[in-house]
Design a binder for this molecule. Structure first.
Ligand SMILES: *Cc1c(COP(=O)(O)O)cnc(C)c1O
Length: 416
């Protein structure tokens, strides 16, 4: 498998010359990955926070299989189907109350891309064009052009710099810095009126699970609301129970105009994304004038199988079993944090919901050789963790057992 892979395949986020190694995975079940040689690895990051109810979850499989025999794919422009309608009902019931419409796309990047387009066209449709998007430093919103432009982690985006959309940045606020950031924001808005503000609520995933306080974000969102700057919460990572509440936006008083969802949306079974919005966003596109519509579509928009997987995922999310597990993992993380409190090799140990992260005091490059060594160490210990620079984080599937969680903690303690 490795040979043919090397011959045929170009992997993402990979410099093939320096990193020719790939690990062939044969199957996965619950929190475990099995390689082709029979070794197992605990999936400590739920395969980029997608398979939150465990790999190959029988309930998800059952629902997708049933849907497969009924309707596989249909154009979503001018047609509709039960799985999409069911999902819209279930999803809107658990999202913040102001979310009223569901727009489908394919992945996290397209979800944020759509959010950005909604913001830009909202002002265009109102006859008051605005060209600038506001984003946080070290943000990550995906790899398509709009999403990439809004992402602040652009160390590797150099070749595209000149092709970005217009984005200005502010630092992630703390209670201490928010006043000065607000001042900066007012100046930015005066200079070039801001169309929208895209942010990862409470946790910046790709930046290394950086966490910040809802109270610090609140004044920024309030300013945006007051100046019709469309607020876009990118909950692609934080959504579906990971931060302690169903959505991170539940912990923030000011609700966003748009919410972007993907990753755990479909329980890791199939790719799909959704951007939801409030009524007033939708209304700005509702017109006798065809050109005021949102002309964005992907071929597989609202694929029935993906919708069935997402609906089943929400059933599991709302089950008592998963709710209990989320709390169990959260408490275990807190105890692990406590245990590490005296350790001099680390700083900034933090827990939010089922997310655990720490910084090694030793400085390392994001994709440097230390990081590779860590990755290999974890692998040898039967644990799949993917350190980001000197950040080590755990974001396990909710079905991880106490014993498996302990094995993940021990692998980390050994490194320290
Ligand atoms: C992963 C991620 C994206 C991009 O999603 P893709 O499906 O990889 O395109 C966008 N925003 C956040 C917060 C993410 O974690």
């Amino acid at each position: 498998m490795k040979e043919l892979d090397a011959k045929n395949i170009w992997h993402p986020l990979t410099q093939h010359k320096t990193h020719p190694d790939v690990l062939p995975i044969a199957k996965a079940k619950g929190a475990l990955l099995y390689d082709t040689e029979g070794n197992t690895y605990i999936d400590g990051i739920a395969s980029w926070y997608t398979c939150m109810y465990g790999h190959c979850n029988p309930y998800i499989i059952e629902k997708v299989y049933a849907q497969m025999q009924q309707l596989d794919q249909i154009v979503f422009s001018g047609f509709t189907h039960q799985p999409a309608v069911d999902l819209s009902e279930k999803l809107l019931a658990i999202l913040p109350d102001n979310q009223q419409k569901v727009f489908f796309s394919d992945n996290g990047s397209t979800a944020t891309e759509v959010g950005i387009k909604m913001a830009l066209q909202y002002h265009f449709n109102k006859g008051n064009e605005r060209h600038t998007i506001l984003a946080f430093e070290e943000a990550f919103h995906g790899d398509t052009f709009g999403a990439m432009s809004a992402s602040g982690l652009s160390v590797y985006n150099g070749p595209f710099d000149k092709h970005f959309i217009d984005v200005v940045r502010i630092p992630v606020p703390t209670i201490e810095t928010v006043d000065s950031i607000l001042k900066q924001l007012k100046e930015l808005h005066l200079k070039s009126p801001l169309a929208g503000f895209i942010y990862e609520p409470l946790v910046q995933g790709a930046a290394g699970m950086k966490m910040y306080q809802p109270e610090a974000l609140e004044p920024i969102l309030a300013f945006c609301k007051a100046h019709t700057i469309i607020t876009i919460a990118d909950e692609v990572m934080t959504g579906f129970g990971k931060t302690g509440t169903l959505f991170a936006s539940d912990q923030i008083n000011t609700k966003p105009d748009v919410i972007c969802l993907s990753k755990a949306l479909t329980a890791g079974m199939l790719p799909m994304a959704i951007s939801t919005c409030s009524q007033h966003i939708y209304d700005a596109f509702y017109s006798n004038d065809m050109s005021k519509g949102l002309f964005h579509a992907h071929t597989y928009t609202a694929n029935p199988l993906a919708c069935a997987a997402a609906s089943a995922g929400i059933d599991l999310l709302l089950s008592q079993e998963i709710e209990k597990s989320r709390l169990r993992i959260h408490k275990a993380h807190l105890a692990f944090k406590e245990r590490l409190s005296e350790n001099p090799t680390i700083t900034n140990v933090r827990v939010k919901g089922v997310i655990f992260a720490l910084e090694l005091t030793k400085k390392m490059e994001r994709y440097g050789s230390m990081r590779d060594q860590l990755f290999v160490h974890f692998k040898n210990k039967g644990v799949f963790l993917r350190p980001l620079g000197n950040t080590i984080y755990i974001l396990p599937p909710y079905v991880i057992s106490d014993k498996q969680l302990k094995q993940v903690y021990e692998a980390i303690e050994e490194v320290l």
